[in-house]
Design a protein around this ligand. Structure first.
Ligand code: UN1
Length: 490
């Protein structure tokens, strides 16, 4: 069985604990690798080597840093099919979606590499003569990245690529369910010529490895994607050292379907949003808020479509829905189905764990008669479970959409421009789609949410550079005399 070591200071290193943990294929339960489990000391040496590498890396001209990213992007492209297959084997999502995950990593690699020749600052006139004003971007320092299992290569790449081009050095802790994809990404970046110590990789428990990153005074910023609970802990701990934190947390993303919508289009979007990636996306559509006039016809068509879904191994072409990631997620989903039933919602489809293969499968599940106060309509389930709610008007639908603590993605299906613009204006979310599902964010636009979904930062797009840089304001006075702003000129 292949063992996967930590990557510290440019070397694949055995863990100090001498322990490994198992990486399991969630569809078949086959063991696919033994992963070295980092100790507190391992994390410290990863952080130390990142700190050591910082001076040289941050002084390397950004276009030179970017060259390495361009090479990595090309290698990712060449290895796309092979990586996608590993991804499906490790994480479970169907192969088509795994290819999308890898493509997202390729896209952000090229995009961030292009930033090497931008990293724009601003220039603006001074209020005084013979004085020049500008801003420029500086790296933050050693940055800790903590990533989830649902996009095992895209999300690490969203963080790594912009952070590197901006000149930071990094310690990455990937989710324990999907470390191999991060290992492959790190291998590629190392092969592309990344100097030693610039990117370090430590696998292991959140309570040890994640905590060592969060508590280190040498770490100047943390970028985390994961649960609200962990996000809150990180934010609280990081405040003690005034670390910069960017958080991408949960979602309870609504699709509003108005009575003037193209119904078939809406159903395509609901199916994709609710059951794509087995519902395991932060952006998954877990609430569908339907105008009461079309509720019964939408419900009927949706159930018909979802009933035909084939669960199975994502590597096979005829699989529609892959497994969920592990047994605790499976139990969590089953628990929410019970909660929904007890709250009085109607289980119209699915609701059970099934075993087309030895792994962790859950049937696509549809609840109707759901009211906004039910827990299944408020809490993130992260599985193939969708709740249908009814609304009498757009205002009511938006009120329901906004009644949860999260605000990541959202969508409205309508043929009416007025409805569309009202939704854009009033829905509390970082992302709103018109006549498209809640999923499908592109890497050159900002990604993130409002309310408890995050802390105001955005990933990807031009904001990716903001996430990983400090702004320096520079004044150059070439007048040769003392000039005083606000005072010399009345
Ligand atoms: C996530 O679920 O954490 O828009 C990220 C999407 C993907 C990214 C999702 N491009 O669903």
């Amino acid at each position: 069985m292949q063992e996967y070591k930590l990557f510290i200071n440019g070397e694949w290193t055995e863990s100090g604990t001498g322990e490994t943990f198992d990486d399991i294929n969630p569809a078949t339960l086959e063991l696919i690798g033994k992963i070295h489990k980092a100790s507190d000391e391992d994390v410290k040496s990863a952080i130390d080597s990142a700190q050591e590498a910082f001076d040289a890396w941050s002084s390397t001209p950004a276009p030179q840093r970017a060259k390495i990213l361009f090479s990595a992007a090309r290698m990712l492209e060449e290895r796309k099919e092979e990586l996608s297959r590993i991804l499906t084997t490790e994480m479970g999502k169907v192969l088509k979606e795994a290819r999308g995950d890898v493509q997202e990593a390729i896209d952000i690699a090229y995009y961030a590499a292009g930033e090497g020749r931008r990293l724009f600052g601003e220039t603006t006139p001074s209020e005084l003569p013979d004085k020049f004003c500008m801003t420029l971007r500086r790296p933050i320092g050693v940055v800790g990245l903590i990533t989830p299992w649902n996009f095992p290569i895209a999300i690490p790449a969203w963080k790594i690529m912009p952070a590197l081009v901006a000149g930071n050095t990094l310690v990455l802790k990937p989710a324990s369910d999907t470390p191999i994809m991060s290992i492959e990404l790190v291998k590629i970046l190392a092969e592309a010529g990344l100097p030693k110590g610039v990117l370090n990789l430590v696998m292991g428990e959140g309570g040890i490895v994640g905590s060592a990153i969060v508590h280190s005074k040498k770490i100047r910023a943390i970028s985390f994607t994961g649960s609200l609970e962990t996000g809150k802990q990180i934010l609280g701990e990081a405040a003690k050292d005034m670390k910069r934190v960017s958080l991408e947390l949960g979602g309870k993303n609504p699709i509003i379907v108005m009575d003037d919508a193209n119904l078939d289009l809406a159903i395509d979007g609901i199916i994709w949003g609710a059951f794509g990636t087995t519902g395991q996306r932060c952006t998954a559509a877990s609430r569908v808020i339907v105008h009461e006039k079309i509720l019964s016809s939408l419900q009927k068509k949706l159930i018909e479509r979802a009933r035909k879904f084939r669960l199975g191994n994502g590597l096979l072409g005829n699989t529609d829905v892959g497994p969920v990631i592990n047994s605790s997620q499976l139990q969590k989903i089953a628990k929410y189905v019970e909660i929904g039933k007890n709250e009085g919602a109607r289980l119209e489809l699915g609701g059970k764990a099934v075993k087309p293969l030895p792994g962790y499968f859950f049937e696509p599940t549809i609840f109707t008669d759901v009211s906004p106060d039910m827990r299944i309509a408020r809490e993130e389930i992260f599985g193939p479970v969708v709740s249908l709610l009814s609304a009498g008007s757009l205002d009511e639908a938006i009120l329901i959409a906004n009644s949860v603590e999260y605000g990541l993605s959202s969508s409205i299906y309508t043929e009416n421009l007025k409805n569309a613009f009202k939704a854009i204006e009033k829905i509390e979310a970082g992302i709103t789609y018109i006549n498209a599902s809640t999923i499908g964010a592109e890497i050159h636009l900002p990604f993130g949410g409002v309310k408890s979904t995050g802390n105001g930062t955005r990933e990807a797009g031009t904001t990716a550079i903001e996430e990983f840089t400090e702004l320096k304001t520079v004044y150059i006075d070439y007048s040769g005399k003392l000039q005083k702003a606000q005072i010399d000129i009345e």
